[in-house]
Write a protein of this length. Structure first.
Length: 180
């Protein structure tokens, strides 16, 4: 009888030890788990509507729409839809310039299953000589990303292919950390 009690106690202690180990390693953890995020994306951009750019003290203030396609970790094949308000510095004197900064912006990254990640651009992220390095704070999404958080950076290149209408192309990577 004592042997049965001892083996029962030993089994109970083993179960408690396994549960404690799994909890400590995050297997039973609740809440978002931070994970690396990487999404190479290519696409096009253009002003939003026929009056998408307006002069502002020697600069141009432009509302841009950006659409792209790529593949993202945790999401598979994705599409991206962005809107940006960009100040193109000294654009009235130098129409070929690509220097400026983001006034505001957002991106929605949509997986093939319809789940989305949404993020907002940090104002004043710079655009310089055809390159971009913009910080985006993840503000949620839908599906498994409904309460997503994190920071991703949009790093890459862009080119204006038709300066008369500011039509352009981009090749960027969204990279950082997402918690969901």
């Amino acid at each position: 009888m004592l042997t049965k009690k001892m083996s029962g106690i030993a089994i109970a202690l083993i179960v408690v030890a396994i549960a404690a180990t799994l909890t400590a390693t995050g297997v039973f953890a609740k809440g978002p788990q931070d994970r690396p995020f990487n999404a190479p994306v290519t696409g096009v951009f253009h002003p939003d509507g026929p009056t998408g750019c307006a002069p502002d003290a020697g600069d141009l203030l432009c509302d841009f729409v950006l659409t792209g396609e790529g593949t993202a970790t945790h999401m598979g094949a994705v599409t991206t839809d962005s809107t940006w308000v960009v100040r193109i510095e000294d654009a009235l004197a130098n129409p070929a310039t690509t220097k400026g900064h983001i006034v505001s912006g957002s991106v929605t990254i949509t997986a093939a299953d319809g789940d989305t990640v949404t993020a907002d651009a940090l104002p004043c992220s710079h655009l310089d000589d055809g390159t971009t390095n913009a910080r985006f704070d993840i503000s949620g999404g839908t599906g498994r990303f409904a309460d997503a958080t994190g920071v991703i950076y949009r790093v890459g290149v862009f080119a204006i292919v038709d300066p008369s209408i500011f039509l352009g192309e981009f090749d960027v990577t969204y990279e950082g950390t997402i918690g969901y």
